[in-house]
Design a protein around this ligand. Structure first.
Ligand SMILES: Nc1ncnc2c1ncn2[C@@H]1O[C@H](COP(=O)(O)OP(=O)(O)OP(=O)(O)O)[C@@H](O)[C@H]1O
Ligand SMILES: [Mg+2]
Length: 296
């Protein structure tokens, strides 16, 4: 059922010609990004929300793959000990160097840890359960909030965009991600408690801006798991728009069972089912972020 909702051609989450989109604004098409003549330095974007299961990893994977399909050089950083981003891109993380090793030894060359994926133009810094020890290990380090930033500085020249998939917490790892980032994208699930805790997230971003990273900005809020058939989903989205106004990205990601299917296959949905409405939605999100200037 759910897949039909998001997969149906007439769904307002997908039809490019619908006059008014689900966020209540005219539903524009965004132009295909022009090819880049040269690559880098990367703009760094964190996918962040301390609430679990809202679509951070799914958005990181599919936005990364979509941007790569437009010729951008993309690095996706798995910054969650669950390693879901790595797994979702079919990367084994057992017994391989990971981002954790780079945090512990900032002299190590991060290029040794970067893994190429099956998607052209998309690389990954993988993570595994080792990363769960990072907060404890790093707590006594000097400048402990800027460690990831120092790691990514060495990789940024070669990429157009770096997406960091944060874990569902506002701890030291997330603060490292925010400190390293130019922008934040907040995925919000269209569910009853969507806005609960978001004030704390915004407060955390404000603190990071104040103390560590003066130029960080909110690139946008992306509504995920939207089901246009339910009044509930539509009401939640309305409240999100009331709270964030134009910061809510016009592209809304519909709810569909294709995502778990793609995860099992270890592929982005844009590769697994490129014509599916959800794949189209993520490509549209990529185009929207390029038109907003969040990505080159
Ligand atoms: N648009 C969608 N429609 C249906 N299911 C989805 C959608 N987006 C993500 N999912 C599924 O919801 C679950 C949670 O998604 P995801 O792992 O992306 O969230 P997360 O915010 O990264 O979670 P965590 O906080 O645990 O890291 C996954 O099983 C994923 O396949
Ligand atoms: Mg995740």
């Amino acid at each position: 059922m759910a897949s039909r909702a998001a997969g149906g051609k007439a769904s307002p989450t997908t039809a490019e010609d619908t006059p008014i989109g689900p966020t209540g604004r005219p539903y524009r098409g965004f132009p295909t990004p022009a090819p880049l003549a040269s690559h880098g330095p990367a703009r760094i974007i964190s996918l962040c929300n301390q609430k679990g299961g809202v679509g951070k990893t799914t958005t990181a994977i599919n936005l990364a793959a979509s941007l790569a399909s437009y010729g951008r050089k993309v690095l996706a950083v798995d910054f969650d000990p669950q390693g879901a981003l790595s797994a979702g891109l079919g990367i084994t993380t057992h017994d391989v160097p990971t981002v954790y090793d780079l945090l512990l030894d900032t002299k190590r060359d991060p290029h040794e840890v970067v893994v190429h994926t099956g998607v052209e133009g998309l690389d990954v810094l993988p993570a595994n359960i080792d990363l769960s020890a990072a907060e404890v290990h790093l707590v006594n380090e000097v400048a402990r909030e800027t460690i990831l930033s120092r790691v990514l500085r060495k990789l940024a020249p070669e990429y157009d965009v770096i997406l960091i998939d944060c874990q569902p917490s506002l701890g030291l790892l997330t603060v490292n991600a925010l400190t390293a980032s130019h922008g934040v994208v907040i995925p919000l699930e269209c569910e009853f408690f969507a806005l609960r805790g978001v004030a704390l997230l915004i407060e955390t971003i404000d603190k990071v801006r104040d103390r560590l990273n003066p130029t960080i900005r909110l690139d946008g809020v992306v509504a995920t798991m939207y089901d246009p058939r339910t009044l509930h989903s539509r009401e939640v989205l309305e409240r999100v728009v009331d709270a964030f106004g134009d910061d809510v990205l016009e592209t809304v990601i519909g709810r569909t069972v294709k995502f778990p299917d793609a995860t099992v296959a270890g592929q982005p949905i844009t590769e697994f089912a490129p014509e599916h409405a959800a794949a189209q939605a993520y490509r549209r999100l990529a185009r929207e972020l390029v038109s907003r200037g969040a990505v080159a």
